[in-house]
Ligand binder design. Structure first.
Ligand SMILES: Nc1ncnc2c1ncn2[C@@H]1O[C@H](COP(=O)(O)OP(=O)(O)OP(=O)(O)O)[C@@H](O)[C@H]1O
Length: 276
């Protein structure tokens, strides 16, 4: 009487264990699949292996002291990673809180930025740079940006992207020249947008550049073109990294390249600071 009942229980437990392993593996694969940087991948792999080891020791070995020690090690590593990946974890919680978990795991498609738009952006940036007019242009390649992602969403424009409109929006002494212009596909969506600032490079960059870093470190499918008012220097921010100084033809190449890259790969890289 108890035999089949016990057998059923064991089967039930095995199914639960199997499901547990399946879910944990799926989660691991999804998380590891998001990481493109080799060092981050090693860290994450090491951490996941340690967690798996702690689980095995706790479940299958009756070694309470070893189990405690491994748990303490996992806790220490969790705290270290929480400090190292403060920004990413904060972003994860923001996405969970706003119900946008799909941004992390879902469609990784980049919105099309036509080659015509690349030419318009590079030309406008080049001309703004020549005339030393400060500018900040955010190019949304499919980040699911929402008004609440900005400190101020600015004024809606919804106009066709053109060199003249961009030059006009950044003309000095006009109400919208302060803040960023938001571009998606071949449309200018808004102007006077105030972006969240980055906390990295506080001593190195001014607020315009920090704003470019701040947005692109939160949204990996966003680029920010910066023209310095002080030096006329052109820069491109991507994934919280700034490449500068660059020429308008280099900007053209980087924008073109970014369209060909799978989402999550950075086109910009840190270069020695060249502020005057
Ligand atoms: N959070 C922000 N979002 C969007 N634009 C911003 C933000 N903060 C500052 N700016 C823009 O940057 C301008 C100030 O630039 P600031 O001189 O502080 O920075 P910078 O990086 O040194 O740039 P520049 O080299 O052009 O001087 C502001 O007038 C505004 O247009």
């Amino acid at each position: 009487m108890t035999g089949p009942w016990l057998g059923g229980w064991l089967r039930f437990l095995d199914v639960r264990l199997l499901l547990d392993l399946l879910f944990a593996t799926a989660l691991g694969v999804v998380v590891l699949g998001r990481v493109t940087e080799a060092r981050t991948l090693w860290l994450l792999r090491g951490y996941l292996l340690l967690v798996a080891f702690a689980w095995v020791v706790q479940r299958y070995a009756s070694l309470p002291l070893t189990s405690k020690l491994v748990d303490a090690l996992v806790l220490a590593c969790s705290l270290t990673l929480a400090i190292l990946w403060q920004g990413e974890l904060r972003r994860l919680m923001e996405l969970l809180g706003t119900g946008r978990i799909g941004v992390l795991f879902g469609n990784r498609r980049r919105d099309q930025l036509a080659s015509g738009s690349v030419a318009v952006l590079s030309e406008a940036a080049g001309r703004l740079s020549q005339s030393r007019r400060g500018a900040l242009i955010v190019v949304d390649l499919g980040s699911d940006l929402r008004p609440e992602d900005f400190l101020n969403p600015g004024i809606p424009i919804d106009g066709q992207l053109s060199v003249d409109l961009l030059l006009n929006l950044f003309a000095v002494d006009t109400p919208l020249h302060d803040g960023a212009v938001l571009v998606k596909a071949n449309r200018i969506l808004a102007a006077g947008v105030i972006l969240p600032l980055s906390r990295q490079g506080l001593n190195r960059y001014g607020t315009r550049h920090l704003a470019a870093l701040g947005l692109t470190e939160r949204f990996d499918r966003c680029l920010a073109i910066v023209v310095s008012e002080e030096t006329g220097t052109l820069a491109l921010a991507s994934q919280g990294r700034l490449e500068r100084p660059i020429t308008s033809s280099r900007l053209h190449d980087l924008l073109t390249k970014s369209l060909a890259l799978p989402a999550g790969r950075s086109v910009a890289k840190d270069t020695p600071d060249s502020r005057g």
